[in-house]
Design a protein around this ligand. Structure first.
Ligand SMILES: Cc1ncc(COP(=O)(O)O)c(C=O)c1O
Length: 400
């Protein structure tokens, strides 16, 4: 009934075929490698309970009141402190902006910057929900394939040049340099520097999504692009979803003040401000060292689960397949022999008891039909082993 009344902006937002298929897993005994949820055993429940009690006892008049659009100043100062752990310095609270998850940050950034027909660059594959925000802006996409070490920068430069010679100068690139979702790849320091040089040479913005920056469990995380940027070309976003709890719905942006002011005007139209109570909880969590103390545990849990998944893939996947070996984050991405169509295989896989996300969902042009994303953060270790075994056998049967 309402379809004919919908605005043009939303009328092409449709639930994907795959989401509908995955819904079939609800209530059934299917091992889901399809999700993207953190392991709930990593939530510091007692600490959050104590903080919430204290905040409501001592600061309820502020915590339950309206607050400023860009975020509570005291919280933004803590974000500046937290960012130092990620190697980001030389910023102050006026460069930070608090959002309802980094999802809202991405929604705001893309809506502030992208007009229909603008040229935007994305990784192939890239984060689905960001892609969907971009799709609604109806841009001209340039896709750059991932190698095992992040986006192929030769391909990027070639495609950018080609696009410029066709009169389509790119405006921005959306990039997840560390523990990419879904790719599981991490860019080297040299590649990060080169990406910045390319962005400078051809004059486009870099939208850096650092959702997993604190979640690197093998060695040190390479510095984020924004820490290497001397021109203010990078707009950075990160989230509390992976380092505290996603239910708080808290993310943040770091950028030039000029851009932060634009965000402020826009957010007034969206939701006035991010909930004051959750900001105060997260602020205390930083001040009391809860996040800093929790990170080693989160990293250990995910490292162990990653190891279980990789060992099982090694054992059960066909030798022609390749897959990422993530140093952080929550996902492994697999490239299967071309003969396999992972969209077509999903139903059979689910019948046998395992769900995954077909990789084509993460490609702006729905290519990558032979790829899949596998989540290791949420399932138990037994489910990971069992799930990959079933999946490996399904793939082998489809290769026959
Ligand atoms: C790469 C990436 N960016 C952004 C988000 C959004 O997370 P949130 O809105 O919970 O901050 C996610 C969530 O999975 C993600 O994987």
């Amino acid at each position: 009934m309402f379809e004919r009344f919908l605005s043009k902006d939303v009328s092409n937002l449709r639930s994907s075929e795959i989401r509908d298929l995955l819904k079939l897993t609800e209530g059934k005994k299917v091992i889901s490698l399809a999700g993207g949820l953190p392991d709930p055993t990593t939530f510091p429940v007692e600490e959050i309970r104590k903080i919430t009690d204290d905040v409501l006892r001592e600061k309820s008049d502020r915590a339950l009141q309206y607050s400023t659009t860009s975020g509570i100043t005291e919280f933004k100062k803590e974000l500046v402190n937290l960012s130092r752990y990620r190697g980001i310095s030389g910023i102050n609270e006026n460069n930070t902006f608090v959002t309802v998850g980094s999802q809202e940050a991405l929604f705001m950034i893309f809506n502030l910057l992208v007009d229909p027909g603008d040229t935007v660059i994305v990784e192939m594959p890239t984060y689905l929900a960001a892609l969907n925000i971009l799709r609604a802006r109806k841009p001209n996409f340039i896709g750059v394939h991932l190698t095992q070490n992040g986006p192929d920068l030769d391909e990027l430069e070639r495609k950018v040049k080609e696009s410029i010679s066709n009169g389509k100068k790119p405006k921005l690139m959306y990039v997840i340099p560390t523990a990419q979702n879904p790719g599981g790849t991490t860019m080297s320091l040299d590649d990060r520097k080169r990406l910045l040089e390319i962005a400078q040479k051809y004059d486009f913005l870099l939208i850096e999504d650092d959702a997993y920056g604190f979640l690197v469990f093998d060695g040190e995380a390479p510095p984020p692009l924004i820490s290497l940027d001397k021109e203010g070309r990078v707009i950075y976003t990160s989230t509390f979803s992976k380092i505290l709890a996603p239910g708080l719905r808290l993310g943040w942006v770091i950028a030039q003040e000029e851009f932060i002011r634009e965000m402020e005007l826009y957010k007034q139209n969206i939701d006035l401000h991010t909930p004051t109570l959750t900001q105060m909880i997260a602020m205390e969590a930083i001040k009391r060292g809860v996040i800093q103390n929790q990170l080693p545990l989160i990293r250990r849990v995910y490292r162990e689960k990653r190891d279980v998944m990789l060992a099982a893939i090694e054992k059960y996947f066909p030798k022609e397949a390749t897959w990422s070996r993530p140093v952080g984050g929550m996902f492994v991405f697999a490239w299967l022999p071309e003969k396999i169509d992972t969209v077509k295989m999903l139903e059979e896989s689910m019948r046998r008891g395992v769900a995954y996300v077909p990789g084509s969902s993460f490609y702006h042009d729905y290519s990558g039909r032979n790829t899949m994303r596998l989540n290791f953060s949420y399932p138990t270790k037994q489910e990971l082993e069992e799930g990959i075994k079933i999946l490996g056998n399904t793939i082998l049967d489809f290769l026959k």
